[in-house]
Each structure stands twice: as C-alpha cells, then as structure tokens.
Write a protein that binds this ligand. Structure first.
Ligand code: ATP
Length: 328
C-alpha cells in the first residue's frame, strides 16, 4: 500500500448514469475496508472548486446500490476548464487533506482529470459512467446495460400499440456519435431496422426494407434510430419521408429522451460498479494513476486514460449481421 494516500476523494461528473451510486458505494466501502478516509465531493469539478465536500464512511452509502442518478450530484463546470479554476480546486483538496481522486464520468471528465493530474500530480483513477458505452478500454460502461433494459422495455410497450394499429414506429434512442444502444436494444426488441451513425443505411435501402417487411406480412414495424444517425434526416423528417414514399404505412415517432438515463440499475451494472470501485481504490493504493478501470473478457482491467479518451469504440459487426438475419 502506498504510504502517502490517506484520504481519497470520490466524485461523479458529466452526464449521470445508472450504476454511479453503486460505484460510489464501492469506492467508499473499499476505503473503509482498507482503513483510509474517503471524502465525497459534490457536483463534480464545480463542487471541488467550491470545497463542497462531505466525509463518507461505510454507513454513508447504505441503501444506494439500487438507486439511479448520483447521490453526489453531477455538474458541468466551465470554471474547471480554466487554469484559475483548477488552482482553486487543488487548493480545496489540499485544505481538506485529499491526496487522491476517483472520478466517475465520461470522456470529458477524464480529459479534465488528465489535465489536472499533469498540473498538480494528484493521482486519479477513472470509472467509466455513461449510458452510451462509447469509451475505449472497456466493453461496458456503467449504465449501458440498464439503459438497454429500459429501452427494450419501452419498445415492447410501443410494439403492443404498433401491432394493434398496423403502424410503423420510428423510435429515437440516445447515442450522439455511437449506435451501441440502438443496435443492442434494436436486436433485443426485435426491431425491423436499426439506424446508427456508424453505418449509413441510406434512405433507398430503408424504403426497400420496409416495403419487404410489409409484403412479408408483418403487422407492425419498429425502426430504432440512434440520435446521431447519419441519414441526413432527423427522426421526424424520416417519418415524413417514409410516409411520402410509402403511403401504405401509418407512421408515428417516439423520442425516448432522458428516461434512458434514469431508473434503478440492473444487476449487471451493480456488480460491474462494485468491481470497478474496488479496483479503482486498489490501483490508487498501489501507487497507480491516470488509468481508467474497465472490463474486458470479464476481467477488470486498467487502461491509460489518455488512450481511453482518444480511442474509439467499434460497433459490433457480428451483431449487425445477426440483426440483418433476424429481420428476414
Ligand atoms: P458525458 O459523456 O455523459 O457527457 P462527460 O464526462 O463527457 O460525460 P462533459 O460535460 O464532457 O461530460 O465533462 C464533464 C466536466 O469535465 C466538464 O463540465 C468540465 O468541468 C470537465 N472537463 C471536460 N473537458 C475538460 C477540459 N478540456 N479541461 C478541463 N476540464 C474539462
């Protein structure tokens, strides 16, 4: 164990995701187990700048493993992106005796962590918390599995009404730059088409596919569209385009929005968060820094944050093939 680290600060930053509370709980309890102090930092980097800290012990995190959101709150801080802001944050950490950090967030939060570490040499370990699953160095980010379950649940419900009225539904799901939610939830919910940013299906092929689908006797159709899809049309324009070119369809749109970020975390996310929190604290105590905890081949791994930020996740081509076969 590193002799220097006596108090670890933990915070959540950027967009919240289900499983963040389970990760906070894991970090706090691992600190207690290792007999070192733990400080909760509220509202991400902004709370760090303002010294919004609260000591946490094993009992401070009772009954939060099942809760969505983050008890430490999250924030986006413009001030932390300035040298002056980061100096204030460092001074607050010094005053509170915090000598290492665990940041739970996305790539923006990790970028801030890396810059801060370079300037002030405060050891930092990252835990990837985002529903988009768009972070290199981990097969799964915290919240992704829960978001998939939420989306599949909603699509199942929409399918009930779609098939009762023979309708075609365009369902927009989250994913600005990546289609992991759309592809996985689309396959899980039996969508007829899945539009993702990584693959431009093209409007012609979409029309052909929908036509085939109707001719093959399907009574309803679901098209899952990632918000960052590159067909050049948003989900409402897509609906109008299809209605215009395929009047056989009665189309509707449903934009799922922020509900995808909420809710009680799935068992998978709770277990993942527990494993990641333990690894984050252990890594700090072993003298490591600027690494992100991930899961690869069901093993908990560490990847340099610099790589995690720069690398890009790849869409699962095999799953795309499965999707094509399933929509025969
Ligand atoms: P999500 O993927 O859900 O959006 P995120 O962690 O990427 O999560 P961001 O809003 O991009 O969310 O970043 C969170 C915070 O990290 C910012 O509000 C800012 O305080 C800090 N941050 C981001 N980029 C930088 C940077 N270049 N320098 C310093 N701090 C940064």
């Amino acid at each position: 164990m590193s002799a220097e680290i006596k108090k670890i600060g933990v915070f959540t930053s950027g967009g919240d995701s289900p499983g963040m509370n389970a990760a906070i709980r894991s970090v706090v309890r691992t600190c207690a187990y290792m007999k070192i102090d733990c400080m909760g930092i509220y509202r991400g980097y902004q709370g760090m700048i303002e010294g919004d800290f609260k000591p946490m012990d094993a009992r401070s995190v009772n009954n939060i493993i099942n809760k969505g959101g983050t008890i430490l709150k999250s924030a986006r801080s413009m001030e932390f992106q300035t040298k002056e802001g980061r100096k204030k944050a460092y001074d607050q950490l010094q005053a509170a005796g915090i000598d290492a950090l665990v940041v739970i967030g996305g790539d923006g939060s990790f970028t801030g962590a890396l810059i801060f570490n370079k300037e002030y040499n405060v050891p930092i370990i990252g835990i990837p918390g985002t529903i988009d699953n768009d972070i290199f160095g981990t097969t799964y980010t915290l919240g992704f599995d829960t978001a998939l379950n939420t989306v599949v649940d909603v699509i199942d419900k929409i399918r009930d009404t779609a098939s009762s009225h023979n309708r075609l539904f365009f369902i927009e799901v989250m994913g600005r730059d990546v289609g992991h939610i759309a592809l996985n939830a689309g396959v899980g919910a039996g969508a007829e088409e899945i539009l993702i940013p990584e693959e431009n299906l093209g409007l012609e092929r979409l029309l052909e596919s929908l036509k085939r689908s109707k001719e093959s006797g399907k009574s309803s159709s679901i098209v899952v569209v990632a918000e960052g899809d590159k067909t050049g049309k948003n989900v409402f324009e897509l609906k109008e385009y299809v209605e215009e070119h395929l009047p056989i369809y009665d189309c509707r749109v449903s934009v799922l929005g922020h509900m995808q970020r909420g809710g009680s975390p799935s068992c998978f996310d709770r277990v993942l968060a527990s494993r990641m929190g333990v690894k984050a604290v252990e890594a700090l105590l072993e003298g490591k820094s600027s690494l992100m905890v991930g899961i690869q081949d069901n093993k908990i791994t560490l990847t340099p944050i610099s790589k995690a930020i720069k690398g890009h996740t790849k869409i699962d081509k095999e799953l795309m093939r499965v999707s094509d076969i399933m929509t025969i």
